[in-house]
Design a protein around this ligand. Structure first.
Ligand SMILES: C[S@@+](CC[C@H](N)C(=O)[O-])C[C@H]1O[C@@H](n2cnc3c(N)ncnc32)[C@H](O)[C@@H]1O
Length: 215
């Protein structure tokens, strides 16, 4: 989020295209986990997807302090809505306050609890226009099982961290990473790379962001 570690290329992009997004992110830097939230540039990309694809309904798994939800809410049309799921109550409390402070609470429903349990409650509202996965990596294929059933045709499935901390292309899982998460993420990307079902790309952001348009 902060500018001080950016190289010249990234600094140019930030100053030219994402200054406002980065400034909004500054509101979160005193929080312990802010480094795991998306970057301003990834937020702008999500906003671009929303505007390009007439997205009105979004399900987000992994709210944290609400930075990505707020950026997506700002890009949505006035009748758009986001359902965002967070299992950690302390983070959810902070996100709820942020949604009110940034005046987007009317566009966001914050759901507290485990992702898979909360997703079941959303089935009556499906199909959704976009599903953004940014939570526990070991569950990405479970979230994808749900997303495949509840995304509309031409809707978007988007997921962050899909380079899995630069391990996804290694021959085997490194010792410090759970083998389950590593295999899971490889399956996840392989499923979304299926050209008979999706038009998709793994965007080489720092963490990797997979974006798939359902055909
Ligand atoms: C990377 S952070 C989300 C960042 C947020 N999307 C942003 O960019 O501002 C991941 C969040 O997922 C939450 N999380 C992890 N496992 C979860 C689960 N099983 N169900 C719901 N939330 C979960 C964590 O508590 C954490 O707040």
């Amino acid at each position: 989020m902060r500018n001080k570690n950016l190289d010249n290329k990234s600094l140019y992009i930030r100053q030219t295209f994402t200054k406002e997004y980065a400034e909004l992110g500054e509101a979160f830097i005193n929080k312990e986990k802010y480094l795991i939230q998306i970057s301003a540039e990834e937020g702008k990309l999500l906003g671009l997807f929303i505007k390009m694809n007439n997205i009105k309904t979004i399900v987000e798994i992994g709210t944290l302090y609400g930075y990505s939800s707020i950026l997506m809410a700002r890009a949505l049309l006035s009748d758009g809505h986001i359902y965002t799921i967070e299992k950690n109550n302390e983070y959810a409390d902070i996100a709820a306050q942020n949604f009110a402070d940034f005046k987007v609470d009317d566009k966001i429903t914050l759901m507290r609890g485990n992702g898979l349990d909360q997703l079941k409650k959303l089935e009556a509202h499906s199909p959704f226009d976009m599903i953004f996965i940014d939570a526990d990596k070991a569950s990405y294929t479970d979230y994808l099982d749900w997303a495949e059933l509840h995304i509309r045709q031409r809707g978007l499935i988007v997921a962050d961290n899909t380079l899995l901390f630069d391990t996804i292309y290694l021959k085997s899982s490194p010792k410090w990473l759970s083998e389950k998460s590593w295999h899971n993420m490889k399956d996840f990307n392989a499923r979304l790379a299926n050209e008979s079902k999706y038009y998709s790309m793994l965007i080489p952001t720092k963490e990797g962001m997979t974006v798939a348009l359902k055909l």
